[in-house]
Write a protein that binds this ligand. Structure first.
Ligand code: PLP
Length: 391
């Protein structure tokens, strides 16, 4: 076993008080409160599906937690992204600026619109889109025609920019908002991983025109499967609600639709789970944060890597705790992943960069030096509430 892998396993043993027999997952859901009460209420009342009070309650309580005007609950984070893009005006044969360093859903949602992902680079300090690099790049490849930004090389309109808060760490929203304003691009936040993360005092998801959240089983809280659209624009919120509920016109008995809508509404039974989970969110965040603090203190003692901490002024939810190996140690990544998993600690490398995936290999991109470097050096550690509660 490599020295470095050994050191990492020792810390994982110590911080999880686990001798190696018990499997420690990367991120597991926890149900600490009223989940069973609310779920039973759905079943006994018969309101399990597309109508019921928990959807409204979940939307109101989520919006209130995030400090957003409105939240619209949907079936998953991917559908939330899809609808955000449609409402931001992303149409067929346009390009959308997204990181290559993200979960595939960001790119897939762009493709569902018939648009083309245009991959941009990230910065090491938060693993999010690098605003300075992006600005220089757009100066080089962009041109304005009729007040709209076009890619000079492909001739296609650039329709939006979608940064992602990686592993819960807020991206440079001020820098990106400046670019979005300068180039008149709608900003959409992929906030799927950042419930409970704050950028300069405000909850992530409030800088963009719209943002998308996920409540998949591996996220900070879960609705089984689910997502939400956040926005501070009432008009857009109404449109999002309409579009995600088959575009049905409200009427006591007529069944009439005024556009091609989507059946993306979150079922009541999932929202019931979500309402219970939101009640536990502060406790979950607190426990996850204490785990991150413990990891941070311990990994600071190892020279060959950095533990990714939050930037000054921001608060991360530490959805997934991350170590970044030194440049000259990237050859050890595979070994560390294999050894830690052999020892029952579930660790994972970063996503395979999207521009290297078959469906996206021919998409336009800027030089992705930091993304490429990070993808060889990142290890995600067990991070769920249960890791600390094993103590
Ligand atoms: C989880 C996730 C999504 C998609 O959410 P689903 O609910 O799984 O559809 C989108 N983007 C990122 C970055 C994610 O981590």
């Amino acid at each position: 076993m490599a020295d470095l892998a050994k050191k990492i396993i020792e810390i994982l043993r110590d911080k999880t008080r686990q001798d190696g027999d018990e499997f420690v997952a990367l991120h597991e859901p926890v149900f600490l409160g009223k989940e069973d009460v609310y779920l039973k209420d759905c079943i006994s009342s018969g309101w399990v599906s597309s109508v019921g009070k928990y959807v409204d309650r979940f939307e109101n309580e989520l919006a209130s937690f995030c400090g957003a005007e409105r939240a619209i609950a949907v079936v998953n984070g991917t559908s939330a992204l899809h609808v955000c893009l449609i409402l931001a005006g992303v149409t067929r044969d346009t390009e959308v600026l997204i990181p290559s360093f993200t979960f595939v859903a960001t790119a897939n949602a762009v493709s569902y619109c018939g648009a083309i992902p245009h991959f941009v680079d990230i910065q090491e300090r938060n693993l999010g889109v690098d605003a300075d690099k992006l600005e220089n790049y757009l100066d080089e490849i962009g041109e304005f025609k009729d007040g709209k930004l076009f890619n000079k090389i492909t001739g296609r309109r650039i329709a939006a920019i979608v940064p992602m808060h990686a592993y819960g760490h807020p991206v440079d929203l001020n820098g990106l908002k400046y670019i979005a304003d300068r180039y008149e691009l709608p900003l959409i936040e992929d906030a799927a991983e950042s419930l409970g993360s704050y950028y300069k005092g405000s909850h992530t998801g409030n800088y963009g025109l719209l943002s998308a959240m996920s409540f998949n089983g591996n996220k900070t809280i879960t609705t089984g499967g689910g997502g939400a659209i956040l926005t501070n624009d009432q008009g857009l919120a109404d449109k999002a609600k309409h579009l995600t509920t088959t575009a049905k016109i409200a009427h006591p008995w007529e069944i009439k639709h005024d556009m091609i809508g989507y059946n993306y509404r979150m079922p009541n039974i999932n929202a019931a789970l979500g309402v219970a989970q939101l009640e536990e969110l502060p406790e979950i965040l607190k426990v996850k944060r204490s785990l991150a603090e413990q990891y941070n203190a311990a990994f600071r003692e190892i020279n060959e890597l950095d533990f990714l901490w939050e930037e000054v002024g921001n608060i991360s939810n530490f959805w997934l705790n991350t170590v970044i190996l030194d440049k000259h140690k990237s050859d050890q990544l595979e070994k560390i992943i294999i050894e830690t998993n052999k020892n029952n600690f579930m660790t994972r490398p970063a996503w395979t960069l999207l521009h290297t995936l078959k469906p996206y290999e021919s998409c336009p991109r800027m030089p992705l030096d930091c993304s490429e470097s990070m993808s060889k050096r990142i290890i995600n550690l067990p991070s769920g509430y249960k890791v600390r509660s094993l103590l």
